[in-house]
Design a binder for this molecule. Structure first.
Ligand SMILES: [Zn+2]
Length: 340
């Protein structure tokens, strides 16, 4: 808890980067390094030097596999003592429901599992860098890490806030990316190459489904997650409205604008999917015979809703204004459920 209190007073940077590294693993397999860096910055801007966390050198590590159906599994690698591992089954059930939810809401399929490191520390490091290397041939859709305070509960009302955020927000967001990556006409930004300006669409859907999953599983955490995205005022901000359709992977945005653009994109996709069912929209994109860039998506939004771009941004702003104080998300999820 000490760490959270300190971090609320100082800056925090989170970088999660699956980065390809050179390898000699043969023609098909490439080594991927998953790295996550949390950098704490004090009020004068000085960065706390990160502690390197290498799971291969940590004592007391064990590994358990949980079935996620269709040949997929969740592997949890942890230093939790055996008596504390009973909650891992519950974690696995949430991950399974996340898979089911994302596949149902997108109409896509997820073929690989998750490698999850749950690491407990007597004193949590303020700044850290975690690295794990795996092969693209490995059966992992996602590789993630979460750190726990010693003795901290896994899930439930007094469970770890970091694990809750991973399970109810980050993981469904990333699984949605995995489904969208399989829609071949949809262009994705690649580092070092020119932007296709599809980010508002891609991140908007990922955020939308992550927040729907959080609503479904842990409604008590949802308002905090939505507030982090500033949803009630983000589209009243001209700099966000100006930046949304030209949002590129590589940009000079500050952390606040970048976070706001996630929220704004989510609201825009909420507005679009009020009139067009998401699985139908994605199936339609999948059938496109030409690559789809951001402008194509803007035109598709106008064509399928009968509203102009600025009318859709205004509708998204209205949704943002009521989202935190109404049943908007609950009601639209109930309607989606009736549609089956
Ligand atoms: Zn994303």
């Amino acid at each position: 808890m000490l760490r959270l209190n300190i971090l609320s007073l100082i800056g925090l940077l989170l970088l999660s980067i699956p980065a390809p590294v050179l390898s000699s693993m043969g023609q098909d397999a490439v080594e991927i390094m998953f790295s996550q860096e949390i950098v704490a910055i004090d009020s004068s801007g000085v960065r706390y030097e990160p502690v390197i966390i290498d799971p291969a050198t940590m004592p007391g590590m064990t590994s358990q596999d949980f079935d996620l159906a269709r040949g997929r599994s969740l592997r949890i690698v942890t230093n939790l003592p055996a008596a504390r591992q009973t909650g891992l089954q519950q974690v696995a059930r949430i991950v399974q429901r996340s898979y089911d939810f994302i596949e149902k809401r997108t109409g896509g399929t997820l073929d690989k599992g998750v490698l999850l490191y749950i690491l407990e520390f007597e004193t949590l490091p303020l700044s850290y860098r975690f690295e794990a290397t795996y092969s693209t041939a490995a059966p992992w859709q996602e590789v993630r890490v979460v750190l726990l305070d010693q003795g901290e509960s896994l899930v439930g009302p007094s469970g770890s806030a970091d694990l809750a955020e991973l399970l109810f927000d980050t993981l469904p967001h990333e699984l949605t990316h995995d489904v969208l990556a399989d829609i071949s006409p949809l262009l994705h930004d690649i580092d070092g190459e020119a932007s296709h300006y599809t980010r508002w669409f891609i991140e908007g859907i990922c955020e939308l489904l992550a927040k729907e999953f959080a609503q479904h599983e842990a409604p008590a955490t949802l308002s905090r997650l939505l507030a982090m995205r500033n949803v009630d005022e983000v589209l009243g901000n001209p700099s966000v409205c100006n930046a949304i359709f030209s949002w590129a992977q590589q940009n000079d945005n500050g952390m606040a604008l970048e976070s706001d653009l996630y929220g704004a994109s989510m609201l825009l996709m909420m507005a679009w999917t009020e009139t067009v069912d998401l699985p139908h929209l994605l199936a339609r994109l999948n059938q496109c015979s030409t690559p789809q860039c951001g402008l194509d998506l803007e035109l598709l939004m106008e064509a399928t809703t009968g509203s102009s771009r600025s009318e859709m941004v205004e509708r998204a702003r209205q949704i943002g204004a009521i989202l935190l104080h109404s049943n908007y998300l609950v009601t639209r999820m109930a309607v989606d459920k009736q549609k089956g």
